[in-house]
Design a protein around this ligand. Structure first.
Ligand code: ADP
Length: 898
């Protein structure tokens, strides 16, 4: 088979030997051909072929080389006699025998490398102890798929039959490889077809967007990629990463991290972004660190990508109805595969189908959303329409409130609370509706707690600002945010599971009249802006209904009041804040003779002559609603003189006046006092005569008469004096009432006057120590009628003495301050019960009319005192404790007047 050791440098061709080898070679080729025909697997056949070449050529080393991925070098696929260490890759563009065989597609033989300088690239073989070699290309469809080469240690003279043999073996390999390739292609396309069929099926399976994409990822990984990404282009131009899927769990995490920190953006160097921008497929057949770096934005991004370790990638845009919807990114990583032309076509096909499915899902989703929105709108419209109907079905305020709360539960809320704002600014819970059960207890607790109108959130805030509040994620505490001490409710509120709240104001005719609070609790519904809109709609209608029922209630009340007004005997009229008469009832018409039509809507000052005096009757200080004592005022209306007893109260709308016609009473009163005055007057003259005569008798020397006579004369004098005083008081009273009394105010020294009065009293009772004057020196003067003031003091001192049985002392104190001088008459007598303090100033009023304790009087004294002092611009005050004594104080303005 070979020349053997020690043979000639070039083996000598021996014809017999040559024939035998030829026959052997033919047998080997025939054997190989048969083996190929019987379906021996390619790998086995390659090995057999290499062994056959070694055998047929008697070569020391044989190798079948083929292009490595990337196509730059040829590497050994199968070998015979080659030590591993010496099997070096052969550069395709080099000048070695093998490279040139591949390039020229022709067999090349080298008898002796040493004497041949055509293939410098093969000279290293000499160092491996090889001297000669024959190489032939293994043909592929259009270019060689490898090189079959045999080497020998000896230089040799390759003959034509050797080359024919080598070529024949290469041909067998080529045929089988071609067959295998065709088979592989068929298998691949079948696989692709079935893959696409499956993809089509999965993608068409559901119209749900997310499920569609998740299914797509499941389909692609690991069959078409080690990891896979779906990016979707939104309408606003942003790119959203919707799916990442990796075969390895660790890579899944890395992909998620990648999505978080480096989501693709328009113009970024990431494959998906490029594919989206170009609208075409981007292919990275074989990543180098540099080409990988080029797809990243910064160092960290690059490091992340290195960990993901893609070897090859494709990014394909998703296009449907000529719109780019997104991009798919496929990457081979750990399985160390590469994407080739056929993969591109498959990926594009997947993308086409995925785009269709995504588009369908999107269409479906928007159709769904549109339908849901339409249904929701319909539902709301129905609800609001029903609500309006319910709310307007009753004009009863309480009923309206109740139905409002019931409308909301459970339709919109688990709890519904309706709040009202009162005139004084306080906030009340008007209605509470809930599902019952445990909530009943909570409602009771809530109801027991007053609302803090100053609270900065919740109902008070909504009422203050008129703006709604939405708390999508609420806490139980929020239900109590407006109560004065929310802490005390915490534990109770924990029992209900508050999820979400919304509060809308109730606004009627531009005034906020309250608020509705909607609470979602056990239903755990989370309120949205849409719900708030609905709540506001309900609030608007509820406010209208509440306002209507409130108006109705007011109208009802007014109607009732009007009926009452029309039937009562008292004249009633209302004057608004502008002084215009608004109400004038039937009795007022009858009493005054002024028809309603002539009065209503006109200023009171034009209609009523004494308006100034009448207006002054309204209490100036609160409570203005409480009427002061009625006053009797003369009015000349339509030429008639009327006496009206009028009282007045303030109201929110102005002032209400009620009056009675007392003209007749007044006339009788007048007759009576005229009669009394006439009688008194007539009594005066005879009394004066009796008194004068008695005094004359007392002054005479009656020593000759007996005691009895003297006493009788003294009694006549005393009693006639008393009778005269009573008559004087009656006459004075008549004058005071008729307004005929004239006073002459002037500068008066109160101290001097008090001193004279005290002296007179002492003289009268004959006991100096019983009446005492206490005064500071400089009290100044008062503006008064001296005679009348003296009369007042005499009267008060006389009462003090009269109503102090035993040894009671009377003290007269004169004091002054900046504006007034006060003269107080204090006794230590029987005193006056508090409830009588006002009445003792009435005419003829006496505490003890029967004179049980023997103290007489007319009951006119204090009346006269007060009337006189008031006519001097002063006042009389009483302070008394029964059993301890009384103090009557006269206060008068100082002279000169300020
Ligand atoms: P009279 O003529 O009865 O004294 P007045 O008008 O002076 O009439 O007083 C009215 C009533 O007031 C008296 O009847 C008496 O009951 C009570 N009163 C007046 N002054 C005193 C006083 N200093 N102490 C106790 N009661 C008095």
């Amino acid at each position: 088979m070979d020349a053997g050791p020690g043979g000639p440098r070039k083996a000598k061709r021996d014809p017999v030997e040559q024939l035998r080898r030829h026959e052997r070679q033919q047998a080997l080729v025939a054997e190989l051909g048969r083996s190929a025909l019987t379906g021996t697997p390619l790998e086995q056949l390659v090995e057999d072929a290499v062994a056959a070449v070694a055998d047929g050529l008697g070569a020391d080393r044989v190798g079948l080389l083929e292009p490595a991925p990337g196509g730059a070098v040829l590497v050994c696929r199968s070998s015979h006699g080659w030590p591993e260490a010496e099997m070096l890759p052969v550069a395709l563009d080099g000048d070695s025998q093998v490279a040139q065989t591949f390039r020229t597609r022709e067999p090349i033989v080298v008898d002796d490398f040493a004497g041949d300088d055509r293939f410098p690239g093969s000279h290293h073989l000499v160092a491996f102890g090889l001297a000669s070699g024959a190489a032939t290309p293994v043909r592929g469809e259009d270019q060689p798929v490898g090189v079959l080469v045999a080497h020998s240690r000896e230089p040799r003279d390759f003959g034509l039959d050797d080359v024919v043999f080598l070529r024949a073996v290469a041909n067998v390999l080529a045929v089988v490889t071609a067959r295998e390739l065709a088979e592989e292609r068929r298998r691949q396309s079948e696989e692709s077809l079935s893959f696409l069929a499956e993809a089509g099926h999965i993608l068409a399976e559901t119209l749900d967007y997310d499920t569609t994409l998740a299914n797509l990822a499941r389909l692609v990984v690991p069959r078409l990629a080690d990891w896979f990404i779906v990016d979707v282009a939104e309408d606003d131009g942003t790119i959203r990463r919707v799916v990442v899927a990796a075969a390895q769990p660790g890579k899944q995490e890395l992909l998620e991290e990648l999505s978080r920190f480096y989501p693709p953006t328009a113009g970024s160097p990431q494959p998906a972004a490029i594919a989206l921008e170009r609208g075409g497929t981007v292919h990275f057949p074989d990543f180098t660190p540099e080409s990988l770096r080029a797809t990243t934005r910064d160092e960290r991004h690059f490091e992340l990508m290195q960990q993901l370790d893609p070897r090859s990638a494709i990014a394909v845009p998703l296009v449907a109805r000529s719109r780019t919807l997104g991009a798919l990114t496929f990457a081979w990583a750990e399985s160390d595969r590469r994407y080739e032309g056929t993969d591109l076509a498959l990926a594009e096909e997947v993308a086409r189908r995925a785009a269709l499915a995504i588009d369908n899902a999107r269409l479906y989703r928007s159709a769904q959303a549109a339908r849901a929105a339409a249904e929701e709108a319909q539902r709301r419209m129905t609800f609001v329409a029903e609500a309006s109907e319910t709310l307007s079905s009753s004009l009863d305020y309480g009923e309206t409130l109740g139905s409002l709360a019931r409308l909301a539960v459970p339709g919109i809320a688990d709890w519904c609370l309706v709040y009202g704002l009162s005139g004084d600014g306080s906030i009340e819970r008007l209605a509470v509706e809930h599902g019952g059960g445990e909530q009943e207890a909570v409602a009771a607790v809530l109801a027991a707690h007053p609302i803090d109108p100053e609270a900065s959130v919740g109902v008070p805030q909504v009422i203050r600002t008129g703006r709604s509040e939405l708390h999508a994620d609420a806490t139980p505490a929020q239900l109590a945010s407006d109560v004065e001490e929310p802490e005390v409710l915490t534990s109770t509120l924990a029992a209900i599971n508050v999820c979400s709240t919304m509060c809308v104001p109730l606004v009627a005719r531009k005034h906020t009249i309250g608020a509705i609070l909607f609470v979602s609790a056990e239903s755990c519904r989370r309120y949205t802006e849409n719900d708030l809109e609905l709540a506001e709609e309900l609030g608007a209608r509820a406010a209208l209904a509440l306002d209507n029922s409130r108006l109705y209630r007011e109208v009802e009340e007014r109607a009732e009041a009007a009926r009452a007004l029309a039937t009562i005997a008292d004249g009633v009229f209302l004057v608004d804040e502008d002084g215009v008469i608004r109400i004038w009832n039937t009795a007022a018409e009858v009493i005054t003779g002024l028809p309603r039509a002539a009065v209503r809507g006109r200023p009171a000052a034009e209609v009523l002559p004494e308006w100034e005096r009448i207006a002054a009757l309204v209490p100036m200080r609160p409570p203005r609603e409480r009427p002061a004592a009625p006053q009797t005022i003369p009015l000349t209306v339509s030429g008639r003189e009327l006496w009206l007893s009028i009282s007045a109260v303030g109201s929110s709308e102005g002032a209400v006046y009620a009056f009675r016609d007392v003209t007749e009473e007044r006339r009788l009163e007048r007759l009576k006092s005229d009669f009394v005055a006439t009688v008194s007057h007539e009594l005066r003259t005879p009394l004066a005569a009796v008194y004068g005569a008695a005094l004359t008798l007392v002054g005479r020397d009656l020593s000759g008469r007996d005691e009895i006579q003297r006493a009788l004369v003294a009694q006549i004098a005393e009693q006639s004096a008393r009778l005269a005083a009573i008559v004087e008081d009656i006459l004075l009273t008549g004058e005071l009432e008729a307004g005929r009394l004239r006073l002459e105010p002037a500068e008066v020294d109160p101290l001097e006057l008090a001193r004279i009065a005290v002296e007179a009293a002492r003289a009268r009772i004959g006991k100096d120590e019983a009446v005492e004057l206490v005064a500071s020196e400089d009290v100044g003067s008062v503006n008064a009628d001296a005679g009348r003031l003296r009369q007042v003091l005499d009267n008060l001192i006389e009462n003090a003495i009269k109503y102090s049985p035993g040894d009671g002392r009377t003290e007269v104190r004169v004091e002054a301050d900046e504006w007034t001088v006060s003269i107080a008459v204090a006794d230590e007598g029987i005193g006056i019960p508090p409830e009588e303090h006002e009445r003792i100033f009435q005419k003829f009023y006496r505490l003890d009319p029967a004179q049980a304790d023997g103290v007489g009087g007319s009951g006119l004294g204090l009346y006269v005192c007060r009337e006189l002092v008031e006519r001097m611009e002063g006042r009389v005050l009483v302070d008394s404790v029964p059993g301890r004594g009384s103090t009557f104080t006269v206060e008068l303005p100082r002279w000169p007047l300020a």
